[in-house]
Design a protein around this ligand. Structure first.
Ligand SMILES: Cc1cc2nc3c(=O)[nH]c(=O)nc-3n(C[C@H](O)[C@H](O)[C@H](O)COP(=O)(O)OP(=O)(O)OC[C@H]3O[C@@H](n4cnc5c(N)ncnc54)[C@H](O)[C@@H]3O)c2cc1C
Ligand code: FES
Ligand code: FES
Length: 498
């Protein structure tokens, strides 16, 4: 029989053992708690900003009345208070009966480590891959290992021995972490505690983890300055860098309706608690171009923890999901004690980090309408590295075609000003025209004249202008390549719609 009460502590299972964490400890980054309070110093902290993977741990989160599968995350930026009822496995928890696990054995055999700083993170990341491949009956391929390790940097060994270790993992020898750690007895403890809301007071800090939306809205109304922390992949970095003090925190991850992810009448409804990984997997079947974009978003550790809502509400001019959401005419659903309202994302961003969002409002979900087959959509991210890098420029285009003519055009650009922007002048110019190379070259040149990007560490203004111009051309070239059979030899010939 469960009962609902207000707790003053977070309960986490670490390597199977229950920890009850209260006061200031609940506000620590998980890595610091592991190292300093739980006596588990195998987890390393190197960059403390989610970029290197040394702090990788495995977490099975509690959702409604069960745990998710184990996934990797960067424990250096994620505060303890995000993990109530979660089961965490650290590098110390990977060994079984004092024997190295199969990943650790192969890392040793193939000389996958030298200084060892990255090694605990590598081993945890590869154990996460082994766990999911073993569950789904797949092999660990080099491609899978490469993709899975985009968030793990090694400065000395080089990746070849690490990849060799990965592809030589014998999954018949894999001992399931879920079977070892997601035990019936621990689940019973969670079921007893699951209905509780949480309120914790630390030194000059307070935390609220409500289990009902109405309670969250009341808290936001009473304390408009309270900060919503979702995955903390933006906020945790700012906090660690001392740019931001998370003193009053509201966590929404125990409110069931915010974790919905479903398709209604050609619209994907994405709850504010839905992780980028969940969204990426879901879009694979519904909007492959969006899924493709998310593949080059951050790293698995960040996507397992960060949310789509966090990306939208962080509102960075280089937030990677935003241009795509703008051309899909996505809507943000906001709630307060006064009721609910829908804001088109196209009018949400007012100026740099200034939004159409009232202090007492909470984002509940994002509605992402899908386009039918008469639309051509492409989303580009231009960054210095392919993986785990911040964009210099982002570009999204959705073009509706009928008999080779553009009947509607939507273009959005990021990294070219204080917010991501739609380009109405270009959209108007494209509408009613035939798909030609000349048209898109002219559109690129015209776009240059309409934007004023900045120069910063990532790119100069001139570079950004050139990239924007080139992306219009790239869009057309890709369209042409995909429709070669419908194309005549003349470059200027109109192309028949796909
Ligand atoms: C190493 C690294 C790599 C990254 N790579 C990328 C990348 O490739 N592309 C990219 O775009 N971003 C990237 N990011 C940024 C970040 O991961 C994303 O912006 C992510 O989507 C943020 O989600 P979150 O849940 O962690 O947000 P949080 O950090 O928890 O919150 C972000 C903001 O959203 C607000 N917020 C969250 N939920 C709500 C809600 N329900 N209602 C109202 N406000 C809310 C918070 O108050 C905060 O202001 C990266 C970050 C790191 C550390
Ligand atoms: S210490 Fe580098 S990602 Fe956490
Ligand atoms: S072994 Fe030294 S950083 Fe990888």
């Amino acid at each position: 029989m469960t009962h609902s009460t207000e707790r003053q502590s977070i309960h986490i299972f670490i390597n199977g053992r229950q920890h009850q964490i209260s006061g200031d400890d609940a506000f620590l980054p998980l890595a610091q708690y592991l190292r300093l309070k739980a006596d588990l110093p195998g987890t390393k902290v190197v960059c403390a900003e989610g970029d290197c993977g040394a702090c990788t741990a495995l977490v099975a989160k509690w959702n409604k009345n069960n745990w998710s599968a184990f996934q990797t995350l960067n424990s250096c930026i994620a505060p303890v208070y995000l993990f109530d009822l979660a089961s965490v496995v650290t590098v110390e928890g990977l060994t079984f009966e004092d024997e190295l696990n199969e990943v650790q054995t192969k890392m040793q055999q193939f000389h996958g480590g030298q200084c060892g700083y990255c090694t605990p993170g590598m081993v945890c990341a590869l154990s996460g891959l082994a766990e999911s491949c073993s569950k789904s009956g797949q092999q660990i391929t080099e491609k899978k290992a490469r993709n899975h390790l985009t968030g793990n940097l090694c400065r000395c060994t080089g990746y070849e021995p690490i990849l060799n270790a990965a592809i030589n993992v014998d999954l018949t020898k894999w001992i399931s972490l879920a079977e070892r750690y997601l035990t019936t007895s621990n689940k019973e403890v969670c079921l007893q505690l699951a209905a509780d809301s949480i309120a914790i007071q630390g030194t000059n800090k307070e935390l609220h983890v409500p289990t009902e939306l109405a309670k969250a809205l009341t808290l936001k109304k009473q304390s408009p300055g309270i900060r919503i922390v979702s995955g903390a992949t933006d906020l945790g970095v700012l906090h660690n860098k001392g740019k931001f003090f998370l003193d009053k925190v509201l966590v929404l991850n125990r409110i069931p309706e915010l974790s919905k992810l479903e398709m209604n009448a050609q619209t994907i409804e994405v709850g504010a608690g839905v992780s980028l990984t969940q969204f990426e997997n879901f879009t694979e079947n519904h909007h492959a171009e969006l899924s493709r974009l998310l593949r080059v978003f951050a790293s698995p550790q960040i996507k397992n923890q960060g949310t789509l809502a966090g990306n939208v509400l962080n509102g960075s001019p280089i937030g990677d999901s935003i241009p795509a959401l703008l051309v899909l005419n996505a809507q943000l659903n906001l709630a307060s004690t006064q009721g609910q309202r829908q804001v088109p994302l196209t009018s949400f961003y007012k100026a740099y980090k200034t939004f159409d969002l009232m202090p007492d409002e909470i984002a509940t979900h994002i509605s992402v309408p899908l386009l039918d087959k008469s639309w051509l959509t492409k989303y580009y991210k231009v960054s210095l590295r392919k993986d785990l890098d911040i964009s210099a420029v982002t570009f999204a285009a959705a073009i509706k075609l009928k008999d080779g003519l553009i009947t509607e055009a939507r273009i959005a650009l990021g990294g070219v000003g204080p917010t991501v922007v739609r380009m109405p002048e270009i959209e108007k110019m494209l509408t009613g025209q035939a798909m030609t190379e000349a048209l898109f070259k002219t559109a690129g040149q015209k776009a240059r004249a309409l934007i004023k990007p900045l120069s910063d560490l990532r790119a100069t203004d001139e570079y950004r202008l050139k990239v924007v111009e080139n992306l219009f051309h790239k869009f057309f070239i890709e369209y042409r390549n995909e429709n070669e059979t419908a194309v005549s030899s003349s470059e200027e010939q109109a192309y028949v719609g796909r």
